[in-house]
Design a protein around this ligand. Structure first.
Ligand code: FAD
Length: 513
């Protein structure tokens, strides 16, 4: 039994849990977040990285569209360091016609989204890579957001306001006294007590709730994505038609992410989610309609995530199910006090989800503290970015971490270790200290090491040597772990240049270490 009793325990370290622990901490509640893996192990680390303007939902889900545009504007301010203000284009091809476009613009405007029809020639001038067959284009305020950076920033802020974060520890049971949930039991055997327990465990929420006698109907909806090794467009490119497969291309740092699909999958498969070769074929076929040069752009990997959708009717593929925010007060809904669920929603709306959950927690705990998360900048995004005399080696780190670079010692650790993403030793040391990095896969999530065009082929031995030095572990083991992990995303795309690169990566990094 842990001696400390918290006001709040949050289960799940995706964007929803991270935003909620930040909000609770800012309102002065003693809060613990428990995550079974590293942060962003679920859908939050396996999505498109699109900061929705809401345009995608304007025709089908007005409420969702309005939430997105409000949160889009807030995140551009409070998380400026995680958001790239790319803007977006919705393009129409001859087979789409222009009827959808007319209604789309009307619905966007009704939801408060600036949607401006532009001439196809002007769209091609803005983005020369898009399909030259376009017959129409609409400019909307979509943007690109780095989910890892966004979640990191929330976690850092929560910790700096007194929250505790327990990673690599699963909640195995909700502990009850009578009907009331009074805490959790962890995979380490501890029982930790809290006045309120919040389930923010994505698609795994239903299983946890069920064990406490609470039923939540959830439908796992799998989405597959592929990463191309270049940034083929600078704006988010969407297809202007009823949402369908592979109709969004998002630029993310030096690469482009194409997706997605939407398929109902069994809940047992959610722990081991991969894109299949069939999904890759489908994505490629459709993606080439958006940007024809994708046909000969190298694919570097494919991955998949599961949307945590809550359903009344579990039939269907998931596109017709609400992606709206679901806040459940299990005291009033199920007669189980001490337990709250926050799920559904999107990466874009996580801050709002957290605000709703924390308002409810405060009401239950008798606190009148107000939400400040819409106006308080996240770590890295406060104030002006620092200036350095010779910023060459620090430029990428400033882009990634903003004002947080003040905590990095470039004097001692200025040498670049990962060249695609210009990651220095100073940045690696910062990530180890701030985020409890244990291996190269963890490091990747906090620095983008190995996420660039070479996928680690050229730098991974250097990275392993530096990390082994900092952590006092075996460099050989670090390389082995990284290779096994990265291999998973490469197998569905192994042909042509990707296969050649995979062979090169295996050879140089396996044989020589
Ligand atoms: C393919 C795809 C593309 C998407 N694209 C976008 C997009 O471009 N823009 C956008 O706004 N949204 C997008 N989304 C939606 C968005 O990614 C999700 O809504 C969001 O990430 C959900 O976050 P979450 O924190 O609720 O869940 P998750 O990120 O899944 O987090 C749940 C966490 O709970 C942990 N957990 C589970 N069980 C336990 C346990 N017993 N103990 C402790 N921890 C536990 C898991 O390890 C996980 O880290 C996309 C989703 C998918 C699947």
């Amino acid at each position: 039994m842990s001696a400390k009793e918290y006001d709040v325990i949050i289960v799940g370290g995706g964007v929803t849990g991270a935003a909620t622990v930040r909000d609770c901490a800012l309102r002065g509640l003693s809060t613990l977040l428990i995550e079974r893996g590293d942060i962003c192990d679920g859908a939050s680390g396996r999505n498109h990285g699109l900061l929705h303007s809401g345009a995608r939902y304007a025709v089908t889900d007005r409420e969702g569209a309005e939430e997105c545009i409000r949160e889009n504007r807030i995140l551009r301010r409070i998380a400026s360091n995680c958001v790239e203000q790319t803007e977006g284009l919705f393009i129409s091809l001859p087979e789409d016609g222009l009827d959808y476009q007319a209604n789309f613009i009307k619905k966007c405007r009704e939801a408060g989204i600036d949607a401006e029809a532009i001439d196809p020639a002007e769209a091609l001038r803005m983005e020369p890579a898009i399909n030259p067959r376009i017959i129409g284009a609409v400019k909307v305020p979509d943007a690109s957001v780095d989910p890892f950076r966004l979640v990191d920033a929330h976690i850092l802020d929560a910790q700096r306001h007194g929250a505790d974060i327990l990673k690599f520890t699963a909640v195995t049971e909700l502990v009850k006294e009578g009907d009331r949930v009074v805490g959790v039991k962890t995979s380490k055997g501890d029982v930790i007590r809290a006045r309120e327990v919040v389930l923010a465990a994505g698609i795994w929420t239903a299983g946890l709730a069920q064990a406490a006698g609470v039923k939540i109907g959830m439908m796992p909806s799998k989405g597959a994505l592929i990463i191309y090794g270049h940034r083929v467009a600078n704006m988010v490119i969407n297809r202007c038609r009823k949402p369908a497969n592979a109709d969004i291309l998002v630029p993310g740092d030096v690469v482009s992410v194409l997706g997605t699909t939407s398929d109902k999958v069994p809940v047992e498969t959610c722990d081991d989610m991969h894109a299949t070769p069939e999904e890759v074929d489908l994505l490629m076929r459709e993606g080439e309609q958006l940007v024809p040069s994708l046909a000969h752009t190298r694919i570097i990997r494919a991955y998949a995530g599961v949307r945590p959708l809550v359903v009344a009717d579990p039939a269907g593929d998931g596109r017709n199910v609400s992606r709206g925010i679901v806040l459940l007060d299990h005291e009033t809904r199920d007669g189980v006090p001490g337990l709250i669920t926050i799920t559904g929603g999107k990466l874009t709306t996580a801050r709002l989800m957290a605000e709703m959950a924390t308002d409810l927690i405060c009401k239950k705990l008798g606190s009148s503290a107000r939400c400040e998360t819409a106006v308080r900048a996240l770590p890295g995004s406060e104030g002006r970015k620092p200036r350095f005399k010779d910023p060459f080696n620090m430029r990428a780190a400033i882009g990634r971490h903003g004002t947080e670079v003040a905590q990095m010692d470039f004097e001692k650790g200025g040498e670049i270790i990962c060249e695609c993403e210009s990651v220095t030793r100073a940045e690696i040391e910062y990530a180890v200290k701030q985020f409890g990095v244990r291996n190269i896969s963890d490091l990747r999530r906090h620095t983008r090491i190995g996420m660039g065009t070479c996928q680690g082929s050229f730098c991974i031995r250097k990275v392993a040597a530096v990390l082994a030095d900092i952590l006092s572990v075996s460099a050989e083991e670090l390389v082995r772990e990284y290779m096994q992990e990265r291999w998973k995303g490469m197998t569905p795309v192994l042909w042509g240049d990707t296969l050649r690169e995979a062979e090169y990566m295996q050879k140089t990094n396996r044989d020589e270490i």
